[in-house]
Design a protein around this ligand. Structure first.
Ligand SMILES: O=C(O)[C@H]1NCC[C@@H]1O
Length: 350
C-alpha cells in the first residue's frame, strides 16, 4: 500500500449534526493565531477539506474539524472548522464534537463531574464547561463569542419570492434569518428540499444586497448561512430553526438547482444569532434561556449571560449547551494514483 495521506479521525455528532474530528496526519500549519492557521489551510491545504467532506470519504451533511496547537497560551487546544463551502470562524455543533472527542479519547484529561477548558477557535477563545460522568461527556456548555444583529426587518428582493423581510446577525457565523411561516414554508424535516431551495435563494440575494463584515475582523464576511425560524413545537422549547448550509455555488438563473443541506442539529451559532435578534427586539433578556429545536427535534439551550458591544453594535454574550456522541474512528487514506485526490460531488445529491 502506498499512501500520500493517512488521516486519523474520530467521528462524532452533536445533537445529530456530524462533526468529524481529525486527530492526526496533517502537517504543521503556520500562523500566529488559529485564525491565521485557518487562512493558511484555506490557501495551502484546501484539498484536505475537500478530501474529507466530499465523496467517497464524506457526504453533503458532514462537517469536519482539524485539531491544531493553540497559539494563545491560555488555550488548551485549537481547532479549525471545515464545512462544504467555507471555513466558519466558529460553530456550536463542531465545538461540542471537538470537546467530546478531546475528553473521551484522552487527548485532554477529563475531570469528573466537571471539566473546564479553553479552546482557541478561529473566532477567538471559547471557554468550555463539560459535565462528565463515568468517562462520558454528558453536556458541553461553552461561552460563545459575542453575538449581534446587523440588520433587523430589512427588505431583500429575492428572485421567485419577491420582497422578503430578513434579519442579518452574527452568532459566530453571519446568518440571514427569516420567518418560515411568512414565506409559506413548512419547517417539517420532510420539507427539507423546499427549505434548502428557498434558503439558498434568500442567502444569495442577501449576500449581494446586504453584505456584512465583522467590525473586529473585516476578513470575516457574510451572510454565508440561513436560519428559517418558527414558533416552538416541542415541550419546553422556545423556538424552532431550520439552518441551511450551502453545499455548492448558487446560480440565480437556476434557483431550482440550489444545493444545500439542513443542519441536523438546532445549530449553535444559528441559535446565538437568533438570540441576538430577539435581544435587539427586547424579547429576550440577560439570564433568560432560549431552547431551540432542530429538524430531528433535538435541542440546544442558549442563555444570555451579559451584554457588550462589538464595533457599533450592541451585542450579547451567549452560552450554548448540548451533547455530543462519538460514533466511530477512522483512518482515511489517499493513494497517490487515486484519480480523485480532492474527492468528488455528483449532482444527484449535491
Ligand atoms: O452548530 C453550529 O453552529 C453549526 N452546525 C453546522 C453549521 C454551524 O457551523
Amino acid at each position: 500500500m502506498r499512501l500520500s495521506r493517512m488521516i486519523t479521525a474520530v467521528e462524532a455528532h452533536a445533537e445529530g449534526e456530524p462533526g468529524r474530528v481529525i486527530t492526526g496526519g496533517l502537517p504543521h500549519m503556520p500562523g500566529n493565531s488559529v485564525f491565521e492557521k485557518m487562512q493558511w489551510m484555506q490557501e495551502n491545504l484546501d484539498e484536505v477539506r475537500l478530501l474529507m467532506l466530499r465523496e467517497p470519504r464524506g457526504n453533503p451533511g458532514l462537517c469536519c474539524n482539524a485539531l491544531v496547537p493553540p497559539c494563545d497560551p491560555s488555550a488548551d487546544a485549537g481547532f479549525i472548522i471545515m464545512e462544504q463551502t467555507e471555513y466558519p470562524p466558529m460553530s456550536g455543533s463542531n465545538t461540542i464534537c471537538v470537546v467530546t472527542v478531546l475528553l473521551e479519547t484522552g487527548i485532554l484529561p477529563m475531570v469528573e463531574p466537571v471539566t473546564e477548558l479553553t479552546l482557541e477557535a478561529p473566532a477567538g477563545l471559547i471557554r468550555v464547561r463539560a459535565e462528565c460522568s463515568d468517562g462520558k461527556v454528558t453536556r458541553v456548555e461553552f461561552r460563545n463569542v459575542p453575538a449581534f444583529a446587523v440588520h433587523l426587518d430589512a427588505p431583500v428582493e429575492v428572485a421567485g419570492l419577491g420582497t422578503v423581510t430578513v434579519d442579518v446577525a452574527w452568532g459566530g457565523m453571519f446568518f440571514v434569518l427569516a420567518e418560515a411561516e411568512k414565506l409559506g414554508v413548512s419547517l417539517d424535516a420532510g420539507n427539507g428540499a423546499e427549505i434548502v431551495r428557498v434558503s439558498e435563494a434568500i442567502r444569495h440575494a442577501t449576500a449581494e444586497q446586504l453584505p456584512v463584515s465583522h467590525p473586529d475582523n473585516p476578513a470575516i464576511t457574510g451572510p454565508t448561512i440561513t436560519n428559517l425560524w418558527g414558533a416552538p413545537v416541542g415541550e419546553g422549547t422556545h423556538g424552532r430553526g431550520a439552518i441551511t448550509l450551502s453545499t455548492g455555488p448558487f446560480d440565480p438563473a437556476r434557483p431550482q438547482d440550489a444545493s444545500g443541506i439542513l443542519d441536523r442539529s438546532p445549530c449553535g451559532t444559528g441559535t446565538c444569532a437568533k438570540m441576538a435578534v430577539l435581544h435587539a427586539r427586547g424579547l429576550l433578556g440577560v439570564g433568560e434561556n432560549y431552547v431551540n429545536a432542530g429538524p430531528l427535534g433535538t435541542t440546544f439551550t442558549g442563555r444570555i449571560v451579559e451584554t457588550t458591544t462589538v464595533g457599533p453594535y450592541p451585542a450579547i454574550v451567549p452560552t450554548l449547551s448540548g451533547q455530543g456522541w462519538i460514533h466511530g474512528t477512522a483512518n482515511w487514506t489517499l493513494d497517490p494514483t487515486d484519480p480523485f485526490p480532492s474527492g468528488y460531488t455528483v449532482g444527484d445529491m449535491w
